[in-house]
Design a protein around this ligand. Structure first.
Ligand code: F6P
Length: 363
């Protein structure tokens, strides 16, 4: 064991997800057995900048395995773009580094998604700090890990929603769209769509054509399938949507002033109803996919990843994200992970499955 490590900090950053508390528990339980003290940093990097912390011990670990959200609180704030009380946004990296030392930390574990990997890497470089990260997000878009914790729970919730929509869709012979989170990645909509038996799956990685969606619905009706379930990723788009987005980007208008456009799923639902004259309904799952208790699978991998982070701390191995590979945990250099995204590729086994089943991707 590395004798120098006496105290570590833990923070959770970015959107919350089920499994964060289980991962915190895994880290704390592992290092506590070696008399390392653990400080919980509140509300992501904000707590590090403004020195908002709590002590974590065995009492705080009670009930964490099954608890959703994060006991530490979270935010999307970054040290180098930190909102101040007066409403301005400032580079507070210096304050974050200072507080790391003031708190007497020998290492910091950051639990977060793609943005957190980047911010943690940046902080590590600027302050020469001992940092380890863990991959969390329901989106499953973190590069380097087979899966991120939170994804299985998000997928399970989305799949249950599709299952429920099936019975009402078939009773009313309606078209049901279900809008599924995932940011710019289609993992959730794709896997929940397959698991829930969706007839059409639309994901951001594959530009869809609205007429192809109509064709797929009409073909089903011709085969006496009078209802259709469409799994739509929140980031799915047509090529026209994409051109509009690119054109807006060119104008360099402050995103705050860009007029709000309807989500793809909403536009598509009214397009279908208008063109086919079939009753169409949209269900947006939104944050339901991120709330509540983690699935047993997420509890297992959060615990695996958390305890591995603990073990790396004991070994004094820093500057890495703990990734899952073939059921095991491996440390990956943060510089390799930061700034990359894992997206669905056309030759991914799940896409092959979709093709074999004859599910339409709207192309
Ligand atoms: O990254 C997780 C995620 O839930 C995405 O799927 C979604 O696009 C985003 O966060 C929503 O963010 P917020 O909770 O800030 O609205």
């Amino acid at each position: 064991m590395n004798k120098k490590v006496k105290s570590i900090g833990i923070l959770t950053s970015g959107g919350d997800c089920p499994g964060l508390n289980a991962a915190i528990r895994g880290i704390v339980k592992t290092v506590m057995r070696h008399n390392i003290s653990v400080i919980g940093i509140l509300d992501g990097f904000t707590g590090l900048v403004y020195n908002r912390v709590i002590q974590l011990g065995s009492r705080e670990m009670i009930g964490l395995l099954t608890m959703g959200g994060t006991i530490l609180g979270t935010s999307r704030n970054k040290p180098h773009k930190m909102p101040a009380e007066d409403g301005s946004v400032r580079d507070m990296t210096g304050a974050a580094i200072e507080n790391y030392h003031r708190l007497g930390l020998d290492a910091l574990v950051c639990l977060g998604g793609g943005g957190t990997q980047k911010n943690a890497y940046r902080l590590m470089q600027e302050g020469n700090l001992n940092i380890i990260t863990l991959p969390k997000t329901i989106d499953n878009d973190i590069w380097g890990t087979d899966v991120s914790f939170g994804y299985d729970t998000g997928m399970t919730i989305a799949c249950e929603a599709i299952d429920r929509l099936h019975t009402t869709a078939s009773s009313h012979q309606r078209i049901m769209l279900v809008d599924i989170m995932g940011h710019n990645a289609g993992w959730l909509a794709l896997s929940a769509g397959i698991a829930g038996g969706a007839d059409i799956i639309l994901i951001p990685e594959i530009e869809y054509k609205r007429n192809k969606v109509l064709d797929a619905i009409v073909e089903r009706r011709n085969n006496d399938r009078r209802f259709t379930i469409i799994s739509v990723a929140e980031g799915a788009h047509t090529s026209k949507d994409n051109h509009k987005k690119a054109a807006l980007k060119q104008t360099k208008i402050d995103p705050e002033f860009i007029p709000h456009t309807l989500p793809t799923s909403e536009k598509l639902a009214s397009f279908i109803e208008k063109n086919l004259g079939i009753e169409t309904r949209l269900t947006s799952l939104g944050h339901l996919q991120r709330g509540g208790t983690p699935t047993p699978f997420d509890r297992v991998i959060s615990t695996q990843l958390g305890t591995m982070a603990g073990e790396l701390i004991l070994k004094g191995e820093f500057g890495v994200m703990v990734a899952l590979r073939n059921g095991d945990c491996i440390p990956l250099p943060l510089e390799e992970v930061a700034g990359k995204k894992k997206l669905v590729t056309m030759d991914h086994p799940l896409i092959k499955t979709v093709h074999r089943l004859g599910i339409s991707l709207g192309i």
